[in-house]
Design a protein around this ligand. Structure first.
Ligand SMILES: C[S@@+](CC[C@H](N)C(=O)[O-])C[C@H]1O[C@@H](n2cnc3c(N)ncnc32)[C@H](O)[C@@H]1O
Length: 248
């Protein structure tokens, strides 16, 4: 999926704003940090401001170009963490916000991260936990199926228990893990839910005609309003998983 970097920075800026809490898990002394799936580079820049030597990688051309435009003094590489090139190198910390749930092959992800970490290197990440945006996902799946379009869940949301097993199997010791509810107000008033879907379900919506898309949006808004419309904005039912682990 390709990202609309300008829209991401304006309409969906909640992603990195909430992600800022993860910065508290970073060591206080300067470290070499790899920001995996850095997007438009906002958190990469925050880490550089904290004194760390940071490299941001992202597979999206649009996101990396926006990051380079916003922060020309920082290092950003267009790289897929599932197929990294030799130019990435070794780091003390692997950091990642709101990325892991986009990656189906978690074993390969953790193996590649481990290969780019020094001994005792730290993994700090946050992504969707099991049940994340469940009401939206279920309604979206139903609407797509009603249009005769099969819905394959693009996200990999997991639990503390399951992810702990995966981390330990892949040579990480867990320092701390946390699963929590994070109801998230969406920008754009009435259009907030459809704008969220336009970004996060871009691939699936690209399969529909304009009429079908409009009908899907209207149906979903009607169905979800009693639970997710909060007087003047939509509130997405986010659940997050936060991980702090050390390479064994
Ligand atoms: C929701 S954005 C989060 C961006 C940024 N971390 C932030 O907090 O704003 C998810 C990002 O993960 C990137 N991504 C997804 N899969 C990736 C992969 N296999 N390798 C590198 N980047 C990936 C996407 O291109 C996208 O920019």
């Amino acid at each position: 999926m390709e990202w609309d970097a300008k829209k991401y920075n304006t309409t969906h800026d909640f992603v990195f704003k909430y992600g800022a809490g993860l910065l508290e898990l970073l060591p206080k002394e300067p470290k070499k940090v790899l920001d995996i799936g850095c997007g438009t580079g906002e958190l990469t820049n925050r880490m550089a401001e904290l004194g760390h030597e940071v490299t941001g990688i992202d597979q999206s051309v649009n996101m990396i170009n926006q990051a380079k435009e916003s922060y020309p003094d920082l290092i950003f590489l267009q790289e897929d963490i599932l197929n990294p090139s030799d130019q990435i190198g070794l780091y003390d910390v692997a950091f990642s916000n709101a990325v892991f749930h986009w990656i189906p092959d978690q074993e390969l992800l953790l193996k590649n991260i481990s290969e780019h970490l020094n001994m005792k290197g730290q993994l700090i990440c946050e992504f969707g936990a099991v049940g994340n945006v469940q009401m939206i996902r279920e309604a979206f799946g139903r609407e797509l199926n009603a249009l005769g379009v099969p819905f394959e869940e693009p996200f990999c949301f997991t639990s503390v228990e399951d992810y702990r097993i995966l981390l330990e199997k892949n040579h990480f010791d867990v320092v701390e893990m946390l699963e929590y509810e994070r109801p998230t107000p969406l920008k754009g008033q009435k259009a907030g839910l459809r704008e969220w879907m336009e970004q996060f379900y871009a691939s699936e919506l690209g399969e529909l005609s304009e009429n079908q898309k409009e009908q899907l949006f209207v149906n979903m808004e009607q169905e979800l309003a009693p639970r997710l419309w909060k007087k003047d904005h939509w509130e997405a039912d986010y659940r997050r998983l936060r991980v702090n682990a050390l390479k064994r």
